[in-house]
Design a protein around this ligand. Structure first.
Ligand code: HEC
Ligand code: HEC
Length: 260
């Protein structure tokens, strides 16, 4: 104790203390820093590869620095999830401008998509590509997922995910053959007219419940016979009118022709 007290006033003491403080802060940061920041640092090559792919395929519409042009919005802060969604669903690179870019065949493989996602993520904070644990729909509470879907999504996508028309020629697509990861990414990034559902609106666990529900209704057999596109009472009513009434009219015409 005495030895320490004696050295306390040594001219170098302040430097030693400062150094110790810096080392401690650095060590604590590297231990506690968010994983995202570490991942971003670890993949500089990936970011560089993504940038050159971006310049060749996307910059014509989104700008040389992804700042946006008249032909495409700014991508700063949209996050890796948005790029992964848009490119893996084949929406991007868009062929031209229209009311809404349709889903298509993906033009890039997983590695190229990940590189472009990493590049865009390096430009500004945004939603990351979600973990498998919340996108597989495994162990989902299907009843709860269905309830959340009917409250938040069914007004656009239909109660059975069959899709529907929106205003100005836009539409909410059918949710068939969409991967769990794309469903999650659509919720956090809100493509086109779709609202964003942040973790406070719908928790990651509930997003997984929605995914489980959508996967379940996609694979379950139609117990009630042919589903008529799952368009609800209007299509069922129309079916009854056209076929049942048609049959009755046919019978009336046949009887009439017999009597004559
Ligand atoms: C022909 C022009 C064009 C090209 C080429 C193009 N985009 Fe787009 N991009 C658009 C338009 C227009 C939108 C807005 C679409 C919408 O809102 O429905 C868009 C939207 C996006 C979004 C969604 C932004 C958001 O707000 O979440 C991402 C991500 C994206 N593009 C990435 C890319 C990538 C990556 C490429 C290259 C592989 C690319 N785009 C190529 C025109 C283009
Ligand atoms: C206001 C209407 C609206 C609501 C509410 C809405 N969506 Fe969407 N959704 C859209 C539109 C429009 C698109 C098409 C975006 C595009 O083409 O760029 C879309 C696209 C999607 C896609 C992509 C499908 C594909 O073919 O790639 C998924 C998945 C999706 N929505 C899921 C959901 C879920 C889950 C919810 C509820 C949590 C929801 N949506 C709520 C309008 C909506």
């Amino acid at each position: 104790m005495n030895a320490l007290a004696a050295r306390r006033r040594h001219p170098a003491a302040i430097t030693v203390l400062l150094l110790l403080g810096l080392i401690l802060t650095g060590a604590a940061y590297s231990l506690l820093a968010p994983k995202q920041a570490q991942a971003a640092l670890a993949s500089e090559d990936q970011v560089a590869a993504g940038k050159s792919l971006f310049l060749a395929n996307c910059a014509s519409c989104h700008g040389l620095n992804a700042q946006g042009t008249l032909s495409g919005p700014s991508l700063i802060g949209v996050g890796a999830a948005s790029v992964d969604f848009q490119v893996s669903t084949g929406r991007m690179p868009a062929a031209g401008t229209g009311v809404q870019v349709a889903r298509g065949v993906a033009k890039f493989d997983e590695e190229a998509t990940a590189a472009m996602a990493a590049y865009v993520a390096s430009l500004g904070q945004g939603p990351a590509i979600p973990e498998e644990a919340v996108t597989s729909g495994q162990g989902a509470d299907l009843a709860r997922g269905g309830e959340i879907f009917r409250v938040n999504c069914a007004m656009c996508h239909n109660f059975a995910g069959a899709g529907g028309a929106l205003t100005w020629g836009k539409y909410a697509p059918a949710l068939k053959d969409v991967t769990g990861r794309q469903i999650y990414e659509a919720m956090v990034t809100g493509p086109a007219n779709m609202p964003k559902f942040t973790d406070t609106n719908i928790s990651p666990e509930d997003k997984n419940n929605v995914i489980g529900f959508l996967k379940a209704i996609e694979t379950q057999p139609q117990q009630g016979g042919y589903h008529l596109g799952n368009l609800g009472p209007s299509s069922e009513g129309l079916f009854a009118w056209v076929f049942a009434l048609g049959l009755l009219i046919g019978a009336a015409v046949w009887l009439g022709s017999k009597a004559a």
